[in-house]
Design a protein around this ligand. Structure first.
Ligand code: PEP
Length: 239
């Protein structure tokens, strides 16, 4: 299976960037599989419609309930009906800036899987937590993935928080060691084997080496995913 190349636009780019981005993909990456572009929720439908047959659309977040008086929230069913295949759950910015806990994220994971979405569940440690990364990641995995019945649509993204948007990348040895730990933790707690993406200052100049690791099932890219040229270079670097 082709490794996943997942873009996370965060609160960047706008509607006018969508056709430019997709046209570039059409011309330079047609036929490539497992390209997922997570965009701000208002843009999901436009991205999905524009990129049909070229790339998959994803949302960057969703709530865990289907409907009701939750002003400003969007349900997994809404994400799905907008044409997205995928949703990010538990990105470190959601955890750190918006106080999302493992307990809340677990509800989101279960609801999004139930709605038929692929879930990219994000985990990672801060610089202070780095010496104890095993404890931090184990807790995020065990609590965040509790009660998941089928792991078929589950992807995990390991993103060291100290490497996101900072230009700092974990060493290739660290990435291999931690991905192996994450795989073993998921296998021993849930008996499942899921792709583990790496995220944190991935760019065209380092993606080839990261993607060459067997323990890496793909990459999650913030800054370098905003321009289609860089995104496509990363797609091509998976070899
Ligand atoms: C991210 O936001 O998931 C991310 C990895 O960002 P960046 O690539 O900019 O470090």
């Amino acid at each position: 299976m082709d490794k996943f190349i997942v873009a996370n636009w965060k609160m960047n780019n706008d509607f006018s960037d969508i056709p430019v981005f997709v046209d570039y993909l059409k011309e330079n990456a047609s036929g490539e599989k497992n390209m997922i572009v997570c965009v701000p929720s208002v843009m999901v439908k436009t991205f999905a419609d524009t990129a049909t047959g070229i790339a998959e659309a994803g949302a960057e977040n969703c709530y865990y309930l289907e409907k009701g008086a939750y002003t400003g929230e969007i349900s997994p069913q809404m994400v799905k009906s907008a044409g997205a295949t995928t949703v990010l759950v538990g990105h470190s910015e959601r955890r750190q800036l918006f106080g999302e806990t493992n307990e809340l994220l677990n509800k989101k994971v279960l609801a999004a899987l139930d709605a038929g979405l692929k879930v990219i569940y994000c985990i990672g440690e801060t610089l202070e937590e780095k010496p104890n990364y095993q404890e931090v990641l184990r807790k995020e995995l065990v609590e965040g993935l509790a009660n998941v019945k089928s792991f078929e649509n589950l992807i995990v993204a390991y993103e060291p928080i100290w490497a996101i948007g900072t230009g700092k990348v974990a060493t290739i040895e660290d990435i291999d060691e931690i991905h192996t730990f994450v795989k073993e933790t998921i296998s021993s707690n849930f008996g499942a084997n899921v792709p583990i993406l790496y995220g944190g200052s991935v760019k065209p100049s380092n993606s080839g080496e990261i993607l060459s690791l067997d323990s890496v099932g793909g990459v999650l890219i913030g800054g370098a995913s905003l321009k289609a040229e860089d995104y496509v270079k990363i797609v091509k670097s998976r070899g």
